[in-house]
Design a protein around this ligand. Structure first.
Ligand code: UGA
Length: 458
C-alpha cells in the first residue's frame, strides 16, 4: 500500500520504519531540515533500541522528503503523526495536526479516495474538526474531494517502541466509514495475522497472541488513548501513595505490590513505586484530559490526585536528602540518571530535572550522570537561565561519587543495577544512597557500606 506519513518524531519514524519492514511503500514527510539531513544520511534522529538497524534494513524502500505535495497525491493512506504540545493552560495544542490536514487537502487529487488517519494524541473531537478542515479546503479549491478521516491512536512506549509496534496488545480504529476501516485492516494485516518474518532483534514472544483490531467511533477512539494513559498514570500514583504510607507504618511497598499484583484483576505491571512518571505522555495527557473536562465544566478529582501524588514524589526525595543531611547548602549530591526512563535519551518532564533544579536552589553542588541523556539534560537545564556552575555532568559513573555527601538514583538504567556498590561507597564523603526507583536490595546496599533509603521500604 502507498502510504505518506506526516511527521518523523517517535511515533512517525517508528511507524514509517515498521510499515516499510512490512513491505508497504512508505514516504515520510518532515519540515525539520536537521532531522531530514540525519535521515538522508541513514541516521535515526531519535534514540530507540533497534531503530537504527531497522532503518538501515528498509533504507532502499523508505523515502524522506520535506514536501507533502511530492508524496500525498499518489498515496492511498496518509498518517498524521505530528506533535500536540501543551498550551499554557495544559490543553493539547492541535494546530500542527490541523495544519498537516490542510496541507494534505491542498494536494489531494479530485475524486480519488484517501484515508486520512490521525495517529497523534488529540483531544476528543479533533477527528471531526480535521474532517471539517479538509472539507473547507476542498470547497476553497472548488473540487470534489473524497477523504475518510479515521482515528488510530498509538500506544508505543519509548524504549520499547519497535517491540510494541510489531507485537501490539491491540489496534484501535475510530472511523465512521467502512472504507477507512477496510484500508486500516489491510494496512495492519501482517501484524493482525503475524505473517511477517520477525526482525532478528525482535523475535515474536512465544506467549504472544494475535492482536484484536477494535473498531469504534472517532470520539471514543480518541478517548481510549487518554483513558489508557491516565489509567496507567494513576496505577503508578496509587502505588506511590501506598509507598508513602508504608514508610509511616513500617511496611515494604515492593512486598505489597507483589501481593496485590497476584490478583489477576490488578496485575503486576505498572506497580513499581518510586519517583513516578515523567516523559512526554502522562504529564501532558493527564493535563490535556483535565483541559477537555474543564471545557465541559466536569471535575476529574482522581486524575487531579494522580498528578498531585506524582509530582509530590520528586519533593519527597529532596525531603529525604534534607532529612539525612540537615541542610543541602554546600553539600555535594550525585545524581544517577537524567532520562525520564531507561533506554531513551528523552528528558522531557524527567524527575531528574526538577530534583536537580531544587538541589541547586537550596545551594547544593550537583554531579550528574546518565549513559546517553547528558546532552539533552544540559540543554534543558540551561535553557532559561544558562548553565549553573554548581552543576557538573560526569561521563564515567565510577567518578560520580567522588567526594559526594549523598547519591540519588533517579533512573533505573541497567548499568546502575550492576554497579559495584562497595566501590561507590568508598569514594563518598558520607555513603548515603537514596534509591528513587527501589533498584537495590536494602540488605545488599547496607552490606556495601551505604546508609540506604528507598521508596516505601523499611
Ligand atoms: C506511555 C504509554 O505506556 C504508552 O502506551 C503510550 O503510547 C505513550 O505513553 C504515549 O502516549 O505516547 P511512555 O511515556 O513512553 O509510554 O513510557 P512508560 O513506560 O509508560 O513510562 C512512563 C513513566 O512511568 C516513566 O517515567 C516510568 O519510569 C514510570 N513508571 C512506569 C513508574 O514509575 N512505575 C511503573 O511501574 C511504570
Amino acid at each position: 500500500m502507498k502510504i505518506a506519513i506526516i511527521g518523523t518524531g517517535y511515533v512517525g519514524l517508528t511507524t514509517a520504519v515498521v510499515l516499510s519492514y512490512l513491505h508497504h511503500d512508505v514516504a515520510a514527510v518532515d519540515k525539520d531540515e536537521s532531522k531530514l539531513t540525519l535521515l538522508h544520511a541513514r541516521k535515526s534522529p531519535i534514540h530507540e533500541p533497534g531503530i537504527q538497524n531497522l532503518l538501515e534494513e528498509v533504507w532502499h524502500t523508505l523515502r524522506f522528503t520535506p514536501s507533502v505535495a511530492e508524496v500525498v497525491p499518489e498515496a492511498e493512506l496518509v498518517l498524521i503523526a505530528v506533535g500536540t504540545p501543551p498550551k499554557q493552560n495544559g490543553e493539547a495544542d492541535t494546530r500542527h495536526v490541523e495544519q498537516a490536514a490542510r496541507e494534505v487537502a491542498q494536494v489531494c487529487l479530485p475524486n480519488k479516495h484517501y484515508t486520512l488517519v490521525v495517529k497523534s494524541t488529540v483531544p476528543i473531537g479533533t477527528n471531526q474538526r480535521v474532517a471539517k478542515v479538509v472539507e473547507s479546503v476542498f470547497s476553497t479549491r472548488g473540487i470534489r474531494g473524497n477523504v475518510s478521516v479515521a482515528s488510530n491512536p498509538e500506544f508505543l512506549q519509548e524504549g520499547l517502541a519497535l517491540q510494541g509496534a510489531f507485537y501490539p496488545d491491540r489496534i484501535v480504529v475510530g472511523a465512521n466509514s467502512d472504507e477507512a476501516v477496510d484500508t486500516l485492516r489491510r494496512l495492519y494485516k501482517p501484524i493482525l495475522e503475524q505473517t511477517f518474518d520477525p526482525p532478528s532483534e525482535f523475535p515474536r514472544p512465544s506467549s504472544y497472541h494475535l492482536p484484536p483490531m477494535m473498531t469504534t467511533d472517532p470520539n471514543s477512539a480518541e478517548m481510549i488513548k487518554y483513558a489508557a494513559n491516565t489509567f496507567l498514570a494513576l496505577k503508578i500514583s496509587f502505588i506511590n501513595e501506598i509507598a508513602g504510607l508504608c514508610e509511616e507504618v513500617d511496611a515494604d511497598v515492593t512486598e505489597v505490590a507483589r501481593g496485590i499484583g497476584l490478583d489477576a484483576r490488578i496485575g503486576h505491571r505498572f506497580l513499581r513505586a518510586g519517583l513516578g512518571w515523567g516523559g512526554s505522555c502522562y504529564p501532558k495527557d493527564t493535563a490535556a484530559l483535565l483541559g477537555v473536562a474543564a471545557q465541559s465544566g466536569y471535575k476529574m478529582p482522581i486524575t487531579e490526585a494522580a498528578r498531585t501524588v506524582n509530582f509530590r514524589q520528586r519533593e519527597r526525595i529532596v525531603e529525604k536528602l534534607r532529612g539525612t543531611l540537615g541542610t543541602l547548602k554546600g553539600k555535594i549530591i550525585g545524581v544517577l540518571g537524567l532520562a525520564f526512563k531507561p533506554n531513551t535519551d528523552d528528558v522531557r518532564e524527567a524527575p531528574a530535572l526538577d530534583i536537580i533544579r531544587e538541589l541547586l536552589a537550596e545551594g547544593a553542588i550537583v554531579r550528574a550522570h546518565d549513559p546517553i541523556a547528558i546532552a539533552n539534560a544540559r540543554r534543558a537545564l540551561s535553557e532559561k537561565h544558562g548553565m549553573d556552575n554548581r552543576l557538573h555532568f560526569i561521563e564515567d559513573v565510577y567518578e560520580l561519587p567522588y567526594d559526594t555527601d549523598a547519591l540519588v538514583l533517579v533512573t533505573e538504567w541497567d548499568l546502575y543495577h550492576k554497579l559495584e556498590l562497595r566501590r561507590l561507597a568508598k569514594q563518598m564523603k558520607t555513603p548515603i544512597l537514596i534509591d528513587g526507583r527501589n533498584v537495590y536490595s536494602p540488605e545488599e546496599a547496607r552490606a556495601a557500606g551505604f546508609h540506604y533509603i528507598g521508596v516505601g521500604r523499611t
